[in-house]
Write a protein that binds this ligand. Structure first.
Ligand code: FE2
Ligand code: FE2
Length: 270
C-alpha cells in the first residue's frame, strides 16, 4: 500500500505554497491509497491547519481518524472547533490518557468530556496498539537511554514540572524498515527508535519524521543523539519543529530532508 505524508503545519515555510503560514507546532496528514486519511496532530490552531491544508489542496473534512502525539498546545490544540468543522459523529480520536493531565501552561485546549460531547469516539491508548493495518500508536515509550529525555522544566529553577509521559509516536510497517512519525520526541528520539523496532518486530528503521527535540539540550547530549541517529543508517531523516541544532549535527547525512510546510514524503507499506 502506498502512503503520502504531507506536512500541514510546521515552524518553517518555504516560498511555496504562497501564503502558507509557519507556526511553532506540528501537523501531518497521512493519506493511504485506499482512501483512509489519518491526521497526526492538529498544530497550535485549527485556522492555521485549515488554511495551509487548503493551500496544499488537502481536505480535512473527510479525515478518517485523528491521532494526537501528546497533550501540548502546539500538537493537539483546537480539537473542538476542528471536530465541529468536520461535523461527523464517531470520528475516532486517539490520544494518550495522560495527555489530559495537569501540565505546565502549554497544555492543549480540550478536555475528554468536550471531545465526547462532540460525539467523537475518543480512544485512550497507553500501550502499543495497531490503529489500522500496519500502523501502530506507540502508547507510552519506555525511556531506557539516559540523556536524550526531555521533560519540561521550570525556566527559573530547572525543576521538572512535566515528564510528558503522554509523549507518543506512530510506527508504520514497511518492508524497507519502520517509518516513525514523532510529535515532539520528548521520550528521546533514540528511545522512540528502539521502541519502534520492538513494536514492529523489525531490526531496521527506514524513516523518522517529526520533532527530534534538540532544543535546550547540552552539546554533549546533542552529539550523543546525532551519533546514535547516524549509526542507524536511516534513509529518510526528516527532523523538524523542535529538533533545534540537532539538525546541524545531522547535516553530513545524505538522507537529511529539509522539512517545511508542504513537504511531501511517499512510502510503500507492508
Ligand atoms: Fe512541540
Ligand atoms: Fe511537546
Amino acid at each position: 500500500m502506498r502512503v503520502k505524508i504531507t506536512i500541514l503545519v510546521e515552524n518553517k515555510v518555504k516560498r511555496l505554497p504562497f501564503g502558507a503560514v509557519g507556526r511553532h507546532g506540528l501537523s501531518m496528514l497521512i493519506e493511504f491509497d485506499d482512501g483512509f486519511k489519518l491526521l497526526y496532530d492538529t498544530g497550535p490552531s485549527w485556522e492555521t491547519l485549515l488554511h495551509n491544508a487548503s493551500l496544499l489542496g488537502r481536505a480535512i473534512k473527510d479525515v478518517s481518524m485523528i491521532a494526537i502525539s501528546h497533550g501540548h498546545h502546539d500538537h493537539g490544540n483546537d480539537l473542538i472547533p476542528l471536530l465541529d468543522y468536520i461535523g461527523r459523529s464517531h470520528l475516532p480520536v486517539v490520544v494518550h490518557p495522560k495527555a489530559f493531565d495537569k501540565k505546565a501552561d502549554i497544555k492543549m485546549n480540550s478536555t475528554k468530556d468536550a471531545i465526547k460531547d462532540m460525539e467523537a469516539d475518543l480512544i485512550l491508548i497507553s500501550e502499543p496498539t495497531e490503529i489500522r493495518e500496519g500502523v501502530w500508536y506507540s502508547g507510552t515509550v519506555p525511556r531506557m537511554e539516559g540523556n536524550p529525555i526531555h521533560p519540561v522544566r521550570d525556566e527559573a529553577t530547572g525543576e521538572i514540572i512535566d515528564e510528558v509521559l503522554d509523549d507518543t509516536a506512530l510506527y508504520l510497517f514497511s518492508s524497507e524498515g519502520g517509518i516513525i512519525l514523532t510529535g515532539c520526541g520528548h521520550s528521546g528520539i533514540t528511545n522512540i527508535i528502539n521502541h519502534a523496532k520492538e513494536v514492529l518486530k523489525i531490526d531496521r528503521i527506514h524513516a523518522v519524521i517529526g520533532g527530534f527535540h534538540g532544543i535546550g539540550q547540552s552539546k554533549n547530549d546533542l552529539e550523543w543523539s546525532a551519533k546514535r541517529l547516524l549509526s542507524e543508517d536511516i534513509k529518510v531523516l526528516a527532523p523538524c519543529h523542535c529538533s533545534g541544532s540537532l539538525v546541524n549535527l545531522l547535516s553530513n547525512s545524505p538522507y537529511l530532508v529539509d522539512v517545511a510546510v508542504g513537504t511531501e514524503l511517499d512510502f510503500y507499506l507492508f
